[in-house]
Design a binder for this molecule. Structure first.
Ligand SMILES: Cc1cc2nc3c(=O)[nH]c(=O)nc-3n(C[C@H](O)[C@H](O)[C@H](O)COP(=O)(O)OP(=O)(O)OC[C@H]3O[C@@H](n4cnc5c(N)ncnc54)[C@H](O)[C@@H]3O)c2cc1C
Length: 342
């Protein structure tokens, strides 16, 4: 059946109309028929071009067609505890500022000419931005817990001709999408440095905004956090107040498509960064390849990052979270197969 569908029919029928799109942005900014509006990827008109790119780079389609994919860490990789030492990297950061420090370093040493990051949103949903200077990187620190379609910014670069060197920061779905672009030779692996963010799920922007309003958040938030269990709260900070909302009241805003994602740590990234449970101001770092190890080593030698062994208890919690996410997604995929949805 699938072979007779056009790419556009497939992405619409199997992903978007099923509510499984996770707004990674891989299909946005390249094709004239797909746009990112207020937190959602929307179809403007039915496609007359039919190149099939949207289908080929969609991480959800990849999971539906090819299954869970890479394991979190293949042989030779490693987990570490880290934090950025210069205060400039930690002042706006979510935790230890490791992501901001790595991106700034890649830009300032010319190893990347541009960085694909996520802006702060504000009046509308967060979205992708192309950044050139370390100062801009620092200003964009912190986590927005909604999808941002930020890969549309990478697509703008690809459409204008191949970028020389670029660093992309994104969620596991986005790391998978970039690896699909590499497979299609849209960008060469050595041109793109992929920094993944650990992720259990992301919320839908419109749903999250409605819930926040209901909870009395009537201003534009400037910071969000989900402290480690057992707290079970969503922290929101604005100019005029701070809110602690029970996490369970926010869960209805989680994107349905996140349930299909088996990947907690961004397994397709060179290096991925998450929280370090119970160790304030620090990150867990997962390194997967030579480039990742070299970057970590260089930043340590220059005194930009402090890097230590990840405590055994943290490693064990993380491995459980990785396993649980993969199992939940595998079960969901099997359910879809048995219901005839795939
Ligand atoms: C939706 C979401 C869910 C997450 N879930 C988990 C989790 O379950 N467990 C865990 O350990 N960590 C999770 N994280 C990662 C964590 O919140 C931090 O991003 C990570 O630890 C890096 O911290 P840092 O201090 O080095 O980042 P910073 O130096 O503050 O840099 C953060 C970078 O993240 C980028 N960014 C912000 N929001 C988004 C977004 N929505 N999409 C893509 N990029 C974005 C910014 O461009 C910025 O460059 C999640 C992050 C997000 C965005």
């Amino acid at each position: 059946m699938q072979d007779h569908k056009s790419a556009f029919e497939a992405i619409y029928g199997e992903v978007i109309s099923q509510g499984l799109c996770v707004a990674c942005g891989a299909c946005v900014g390249y094709c004239p028929y797909l746009e990112y509006k207020d937190g959602k990827v929307v179809i403007i008109d039915s496609c007359k071009v039919g190149t099939g790119r949207c289908e080929a780079v969609c991480p959800q389609m990849d999971i539906l067609r090819n299954g869970p994919g890479k394991a979190a860490l293949e042989e030779g990789g490693g987990y570490f505890l880290s934090k950025a030492l210069p205060k400039e990297f930690t002042k706006n950061a979510q935790y230890g500022g490791v992501v901001s420090a790595m991106v700034s370093y890649l830009l300032s040493t010319g190893r990347a000419e541009k960085a694909v990051l996520t802006d702060r949103g504000g009046k509308g949903s967060p979205k992708g931005v192309l950044v050139h200077s370390p100062l801009e990187v620092i200003s964009l620190g912190g986590s927005r817990y909604t999808a941002s379609a930020s890969l549309s910014a990478l697509n703008r670069l690809l459409k204008d001709g191949q970028p020389q060197r670029v660093v992309v920061v994104g969620l596991p779905c986005q790391m998978r999408a970039v690896s699909l672009m590499e497979k299609r030779s849209e960008i060469r692996s050595e041109q793109v440095f992929k920094i993944g963010l650990f992720c259990t799920w992301a919320m839908e922007y419109r749903e999250m905004s409605k819930l926040l309003e209901k909870e009395g958040v009537l201003e534009t938030p400037i910071r969000f956090d989900i402290p480690p269990p057992p707290k079970n709260i969503f922290l929101v900070e604005g100019q005029r107040g701070k809110w602690e909302i029970p996490l369970d009241r926010m869960r209805v805003a989680i994107q349905k498509g996140c349930a299909l994602c088996p990947d907690m740590t961004g397994s397709y990234a060179d290096i991925s960064v998450g929280a370090a449970e119970g160790i304030e101001g620090h990150n867990t770092v997962c390194v997967r390849d030579t480039r990742g190890f070299e970057l970590l080593e260089e930043l340590t030698q220059k005194g930009i990052l402090k890097v230590e062994a990840l405590p055994e208890a943290n490693l064990s919690h993380l491995k459980t979270a990785i396993k649980n996410k993969r199992e939940r997604a595998t079960t969901k995929l099997k359910e879809r197969v048995s219901h005839g949805d795939i």
